[in-house]
Design a protein. Structure first.
Length: 279
């Protein structure tokens, strides 16, 4: 009798533990912790929170300023996803650090711009001038794209602009030189001190330093830019329902309307960042 009682108790305990495990698993599956830059990604994700809540998901945002941190957090499993980078940058990070991360989908573009205190147009930049850019090798093709689009530089045949490097330049009509000895965070200082003919920097750094990209840049990426920001997740999870639902929200007409809603954006501390998003 005692034997049957013990077996019965163990059976009940097993069922309870299984139920608890299932419950915890379900709860965890409804949560998404995402690492993102404060602006504009964090702002957009804050807006996405309510829509995700309606779908039954709890979206938690961890804001990070350092570009090197979000992929580390994701690879370690400290967050479920991140939103701050484009595909070429992710490829470079995976190659350098062997991260087990993949793209779940594209979301929007935060346009990079060319800024100058000396010239109003890229075509006005004199021969032999120096252009200051960041030391991020994954962005080299992006820097070159401004000059390729204007016919000032040509790259090797068969090399896509996303994969292009400075070494791929085969024609440089103005003999432009690219100084890539500094981190992206130092480029606003370079711009303010009037070093070189122009500086190329990301919108978030420009905005943080009082610049309005669509007004102050002498050239800015358009909607056709291949450098769209992505939602990144751990390998093998890009098709998880919760991430696909988040992508639907971020790519929705409602989100586009929010980004283009001047009145709403004007009440937002990161209005310039949102105005420059391309969806």
């Amino acid at each position: 009798m005692r034997k049957w009682f013990i077996l019965g108790s163990l059976f009940v305990l097993t069922i309870i533990l299984a139920a608890c495990g299932k419950s915890n698993g379900e709860k965890e599956d409804k949560e998404i912790t995402i690492a993102a830059s404060p602006a504009p990604h964090g702002v957009v994700l804050e807006h996405a929170k309510e829509e995700m809540k309606k779908k039954g998901y709890d979206l938690k945002i961890k804001t990070v300023n350092d570009y090197k941190v979000p992929n580390k957090l994701l690879d370690k499993g400290d967050v479920d996803a991140n939103a701050f980078q484009h595909t070429p940058y992710l490829k470079a990070e995976k190659k350098d650090h062997n991260y087990k991360i993949e793209e779940a989908g594209k979301v929007f573009t935060t346009p990079m711009g060319v800024y100058s205190k000396k010239y109003k147009d890229i075509q006005d930049i004199p021969k032999g001038s120096t252009i200051y850019v960041s030391n991020n090798p994954a962005e080299e093709g992006r820097f070159l794209s401004f000059f390729v689009d204007k016919g000032l530089i040509k790259i090797k045949k068969g090399v896509s602009i996303e994969d292009a490097k400075f070494d791929d330049i085969v024609e440089n009509k103005k003999d432009l030189k690219f100084n890539n000895k500094q981190g992206a965070e130092f480029l606003p200082k370079t711009y303010n001190s009037k070093e070189g003919a122009a500086v190329i920097m990301n919108s978030n750094y420009a905005i943080d330093n009082g610049l309005t990209p669509h007004k102050d840049a002498i050239a800015i990426e358009g909607k056709s830019s291949p450098f769209a920001n992505i939602l990144a997740v751990k390998e093998g999870h890009k098709n998880d329902k919760k991430f696909q639902e988040l992508l639907k929200v971020l790519q929705s007409k409602e989100m586009k309307k929010y980004m283009n809603n001047t009145e709403e954006i004007d009440n937002n501390p990161f209005k310039d960042a949102l105005k420059n998003l391309k969806l």
